[in-house]
Design a protein around this ligand. Sequence first.
Ligand code: FAD
Length: 441
Amino acid sequence: MGMPTHEPPRVAIVGAGPSGLFAAAALVSDPDVRVDIFDRLPTPFGLLRYGVAPDHASIKAVATTLARVFESDRVRFLGLVEFGRDVTAAELVASYDAVIYAVGAADDRHLGIPGEDLPGSRSARQFVAWYSGHPDAEPQPMAGVRDAVIIGVGNVAVDVARILLKEPSALSVTDMPDTVLAALREARIENVWLVGRRGPEHAAFTTPELRELLETPGIGITLTGCDLEAIDSSVLERHARANVALIAGAVAESPGTADRWLHLLFWHRPAALDGEGRVQAVRLEPTAPGAEPLTVPADLVLRSIGYRGVPLPGVPYDEGRIPNLEGRVLELDGSARPGEYAVGWIKRGPVGLIGSNKKDAAETVAHLLEDLATQPRRHLDDLAALDATLAARGVRPSDLEDWRRIDEAEIARGGIRGSERTKIEAWHDLLDLVRHDPGPA
Ligand SMILES: Cc1cc2nc3c(=O)[nH]c(=O)nc-3n(C[C@H](O)[C@H](O)[C@H](O)COP(=O)(O)OP(=O)(O)OC[C@H]3O[C@@H](n4cnc5c(N)ncnc54)[C@H](O)[C@@H]3O)c2cc1C
């Protein structure tokens, strides 16, 4: 069965993170296009909700801007639909003029060293998902944790270090779930190590993020593994020079005694994690000549060496990304795959700030609209047929009203604690707020 081609074009977006929502906003600026945004969660915003640090309230506020796209009556939100499990590529391609993949990067990279999987060692991604209240996150035991080692020197590593070093009382104004705050209160953090494979002048963290970490109230700061004096700042780029100067200043001004310490350790990489039944120490080997191997005690090890895209069933995948040319999906042999597009981290790889996804989505959507205008329209299945397929599978999408109910419940929970919002982290509590239409008996 087909639909007449004069019907308005419809586009499916898989993933309601920043890139999916930027793409939707760009699409509805065209007066005809209709957009259905699918997400496996009943809540939009992706890593803006489940990645961006809870104490970065001003960035979190970008959600208000992103949510404006839902005000359009040409946009629908279909939560609780997981691409690959609940709906297939073939089904979306049969029902929409175009499909945009905006699924981000939901996995992480591994170190590949002995002991990496000992209890007490996990990825920063999992730790971030936990403190952000992602419903899939495993709880993080924190009772008695004194020494934490973070492998990596990017902005995610810096976020995680800051959250560990802050007094839990300073975090109660954030949107962290109550269970997370309670767990963090059980920790006895004294030492947080940040380990970089190369020098501070090569680290990926940005200067404002680094400054914020170094200015965490009440901490002492040490530096190991590198001699700042030996760095020739005149050959460095501006941000690297600023980072080196910041570290030099912070170490010089560090108090001699402190309850909590940030140890910056450069030119070392982990060789193994040691421990009986759980991680107890990290063995580090030097990456520069003349430096010494080190063993650092650790109750918690967080590897922060990058997020990684996961393959979507039925969609080309290469090294963490969907192969594409400026957002047009390509087969693995480089040939065209009309009607399918990619945006955000699954298009570019896991780099870039929220804002980078806007330009990136604009590029993809421009090509999509160009293709719609120049290529013959296909005959599509009725959307009712897709609804029926999902219903027959027992998949009942949540909608915008459900999200608003979750939103209001979180704001109400926040009121109790004196924060703007307190996240609801348990699947069953989220699902209690999703009011499914009972449908025919
Ligand atoms: C820890 C961390 C901190 C960050 N901090 C900042 C910051 O302070 N400032 C800043 O500007 N940027 C920050 N970023 C970067 C920012 O979060 C990303 O640029 C942005 O979120 C990428 O958007 P995306 O839409 O491509 O992916 P995501 O945000 O990951 O969104 C992907 C969406 O797709 C959904 N999805 C995945 N798989 C499926 C499936 N199979 N079916 C249906 N739905 C699916 C997910 O549920 C999610 O909602 C941070 C990133 C991280 C990891």
